[in-house]
Design a protein around this ligand. Structure first.
Ligand code: ARG
Length: 472
């Protein structure tokens, strides 16, 4: 009886089909989750009188023995990928992870193992295993994001009052503090973290006891399994529970959004490290050379991150396409939803294993950033604001400063290099204090609003960020 379902079949399976439809070559990764879920199910059927206390103890020991790393108590475990090939090769008959655990348990404790499937279905098992996997992946991602925020905040702190140009349309716009720019990414990461926390909370319900589609055929106390696995409660509807993959979709979508943010950071650093910008020297430890051009130092890390974010979007798209139009309840199509989830979890784990270290080791060329902030009329808005303080309507102020910029462009000078007489030619409101109002410092500090780049505001924002990180 090597199959879990062969009773009604007269013919053996076509060998090619049999091999092709197996999920064990990839779902072996769910081994810790499957053992935890099976142990929880065993407790539930023992409480329903299917197993004696001694049988339950034997079954739990048997399950725990399947891989030594897996303990009876479920805790965060994402299996090391290197163990996969050996596990898969060890069980060529296993159709999927559920079958594998049953076969191994039978080896360990004999026929008692065959009682484990009482009152359950693989449909609820896979839904449970995947939720457990996604929950672990969310927790691991949150740790990685915490580390990246520490690196970003540390870099922002060490940048002090250093300035850089900000860009709109990739044209120089206004000067900002380097710290302000870095804290923009902290804001993105905080939204990403909250999306993951939110998804985790929503998915933290236990499908066990849902049966194949209509609910377990035994009067199980589903709270026993939910509690054993750290879920908040059992899922409320068996049809939904066995066919729902929202949690996987939300996870991949949240990770894809995170990937989009990280790719923007990666792109900015790639750009800023070019000779044309020269805002930073790429850390050698995280760069590569060219086999052909001896002078090259290439930003492979940021380029790869940019590329991998496309892969994360691919995972989310696969999931969405898979679920769209799928009739209730379980369909084998859902098996195809596993690999994108694993891949998204691995990809983001890989990115977050290097990104915080890379970020912490960045060395900016503050002199070049400052020089770039001092030319190109980045103080024109501050200059127009000066005039509004003198009572000039902004639209008119904009026009007058525009005229001054034009004179500057024609004569190769910045606004601060024009004479007061020349300025007065554009409006009698200009006086000597104009020059103080358009220095780099004044240009920064005139943005004295919550969320603005005034130095005091950025210092306060950084302190708030540090406080939030410390509270996590
Ligand atoms: N390997 C299957 C999957 O990943 C497990 C559930 C199988 N259920 C079934 N009725 N064939 O979806």
């Amino acid at each position: 009886m090597s199959k879990m379902w062969s009773g009604r079949f007269r013919e053996p399976l076509d060998h090619t089909f049999e091999q092709w439809q197996r999920s064990f070559p990839f779902d072996w990764r769910l081994l810790p989750q499957e053992i935890a879920a099976s142990s929880a199910h065993a407790r539930m059927i023992a409480a329903a009188g299917i197993l004696t206390d001694a049988e339950l103890a034997k079954m739990l020991d048997g399950l725990a023995s399947i891989i030594p790393q897996v303990t009876k108590d479920y805790s965060s475990k994402i299996l090391d990928k290197s163990v996969g090939p050996a596990i898969v090769a060890s069980s060529p008959d296993a159709e999927d992870i559920h079958h594998f655990v049953e076969l191994e348990l039978t080896k360990a404790i004999g026929d008692l193992a065959l009682k484990l499937h009482t009152g359950r279905s693989r449909n609820e098992q896979i839904a449970t295993d995947m939720r457990l996997f996604v929950r672990d992946a969310i927790d691991a991602t949150l740790v990685g994001l915490h580390n990246w925020r520490i690196a970003l905040a540390g870099l922002a702190k060490s940048a002090g009052d250093a300035v850089m140009p900000s860009y709109t349309h990739l044209q120089r716009a206004e000067p900002v503090l380097v710290a302000h720019w870095l804290l923009a990414y902290v804001s993105m990461v905080e939204r990403d973290s909250s999306r993951l926390i939110d998804a985790r909370q929503r998915m933290n319900l236990c499908p066990l006891g849902s049966g194949a589609v209509a609910g377990a055929t035994l009067p199980l106390n589903r709270t026993i399994a939910a509690t054993a696995l750290g879920f908040d409660a059992p899922t409320p509807n068996s049809m939904d529970a066995t066919s729902d993959r929202d949690f996987a979709l939300e996870f991949t979508q949240a990770i894809a959004t995170l990937g989009i943010h990280i790719s923007r950071f990666a792109e900015e650093l790639t750009l800023y490290s070019t000779a044309e910008f020269g805002f930073l020297d790429l850390p050698e430890r995280f760069s590569t050379g060219s086999s052909a051009m001896p002078q090259k130092k290439n930003p492979d890390l940021t380029e790869l991150i940019r590329g991998k974010s496309g892969r994360l979007l691919g995972a989310a798209t696969t999931l969405a396409t898979l679920i769209k139009g799928l009739p209730l309840a379980y369909n084998k199509d859902l098996q195809e939803g596993q690999e994108p989830v694993f891949d998204a979890a691995d990809t983001i784990a890989g990115i977050l294993s290097v990104l915080p270290k890379f970020t912490a080791s960045l060395q900016f060329r503050f002199d070049r950033m400052k020089t770039a902030s001092e030319s190109g009329y980045l103080n024109a808005m501050a200059a127009a604001t000066y005039l509004t303080h003198k009572g000039v309507p902004f639209r008119k102020a904009h026009e007058k400063i525009g005229n001054a910029v034009r004179l500057g462009l024609e004569t190769g000078r910045e606004l601060g290099e024009l004479t007061i007489e020349e300025l007065r030619g554009f409006g009698e409101e200009f006086s000597e204090d104009f020059f103080d109002s358009i220095t780099l410092e004044a240009t920064l500090d005139c943005h004295d609003v919550i969320g603005g780049t005034a130095r005091g505001r950025v210092r306060a924002a950084l302190e708030d960020t540090e406080r939030r990180i410390a509270l996590e």
